[in-house]
Design a protein around this ligand. Structure first.
Ligand SMILES: C[S@@+](CC[C@H](N)C(=O)[O-])C[C@H]1O[C@@H](n2cnc3c(N)ncnc32)[C@H](O)[C@@H]1O
Length: 251
C-alpha cells in the first residue's frame, strides 16, 4: 500500500473534523481531505483539485507554529489527524512533531512520512547526493528512536507503506516536555556528515506492520468517540483501546 492510499483510508476511518498537513507541495495528499484543514508549506504550488475547507499557509512550519492564532481555523479545537511531510531532515521533523503534538488530543493521530528509507542513498541528509536515485527520505527516520526511548507513553507504529515508509503515532500528549528538554542533545547526534548509519531494522522494515492490519483493527470507532471527551478522561481509554487491539506493545 502506498502512503497516499494509507492516508485516504485514515481519512475514511477517522472522519477527522480537523486535519493539519506540514508539507503540501502540489496538493496530492491535501486532495484527500474533505474536512477543515490547515496546510503549511513555504513553496506550495497546487496542481490538484482541493475539496476541503482549507487554510493554506505559505510559511515554514517553524514560522507557522510561532505565529499568533496559527490554529484559529480550527476554532480552538485540537487536530484529529496530522500528516508531517515537510523538510526531510531529522531536526526539522523532530520540531514538527514537538510543535504538532502541542495541539493534539489523546485521540488525535499523527502520521510521519518517509520514516523507512529502503536503501542507504534514500537516507542521506544531502538531497543532491540522492538525486540520481529518485526517492529521498532524508534522515527523519532518526527521530523514531527518541520517540520510543524518551516517550514510552506514545504508541509509535512503523508501517510498511510505499515508497519510503510511514510511522503512525497514537496517544499524543500536548503537555509533554520530554522532547523539548532533549532537543539540543538529539540534534547534535542527528547532524552528522553523510553517509548515515541507518539501522538494519529500518532498512529491512523488520518492525513494520502491514498497514492493512492497522486499518482492519478495532480502534477507529473508539478514537472517533473518545475525541469528544476531555483529554484527561480520554487518555486511559485510548490506551485501553490500543492495548485491546494488540497495538500498544512495541514490536
Ligand atoms: C514531499 S513534499 C510534500 C508532499 C505532500 N505532502 C504530498 O504527499 O502530496 C515536501 C514539502 O515540504 C515543503 N517544505 C520544505 N521545508 C519546509 C518547512 N520548513 N516547513 C514546511 N514545509 C516545508 C517543501 O516545500 C515540499 O513541498
Amino acid at each position: 500500500m502506498r502512503r497516499h492510499e494509507l492516508l485516504e483510508q485514515l481519512h475514511d476511518r477517522l472522519a477527522p473534523r480537523t486535519y493539519l498537513e506540514i508539507g503540501v507541495s502540489t496538493g496530492t495528499s491535501m486532495s484527500l481531505s474533505r474536512t477543515r484543514s490547515i496546510g503549511v508549506d513555504p513553496f506550495f504550488r497546487i496542481r490538484r483539485e482541493l475539496r476541503c475547507d482549507l487554510q493554506l499557509v505559505r510559511a515554514t512550519s517553524d514560522e507557522f507554529f510561532a505565529s499568533a492564532g496559527a490554529f484559529e481555523h480550527f476554532g480552538g479545537s485540537a487536530f484529529d489527524l496530522a500528516f508531517i511531510d515537510g523538510m526531510h531532515l531529522a531536526e526539522y521533523a523532530l520540531r514538527d512533531f514537538i510543535n504538532t503534538e502541542r495541539h493534539a488530543h489523546p485521540a488525535s493521530v499523527i502520521v510521519l512520512d518517509d520514516m523507512l528509507p529502503r536503501v542507504p542513498v534514500e537516507g542521506l541528509r544531502d538531497r543532491r547526493d540522492a538525486r540520481s536515485h529518485g526517492a529521498w527520505a532524508g534522515d527523519v527516520y532518526k527521530i523514531l528512536d527518541a520517540l520510543r526511548t524518551l516517550r514510552p507513553d506514545l504508541v509509535c507504529l512503523e508501517l510498511d507503506t510505499g515508497p519510503t515508509g510511514t510511522v503512525a503515532i497514537f496517544l499524543p500528549d500536548s503537555s509533554s516536555t520530554m522532547l523539548v528538554v532533549a532537543y539540543d542533545e538529539l540534534v547534535q547526534a542527528y547532524v552528522v556528515p553523510d553517509p548515515q548509519d541507518i539501522p538494519d531494522e529500518v532498512l529491512r522494515r523488520s518492525r513494520a506492520l502491514d498497514p492493512e492490519d492497522l486499518l482492519r483493527s478495532s480502534i477507529w470507532d473508539g478514537l472517533r468517540r473518545l475525541r469528544e471527551r476531555p483529554a484527561a478522561e480520554a487518555r486511559p481509554e485510548v490506551a485501553r483501546l490500543l492495548a485491546e487491539a494488540g497495538l500498544a506493545t512495541p514490536r
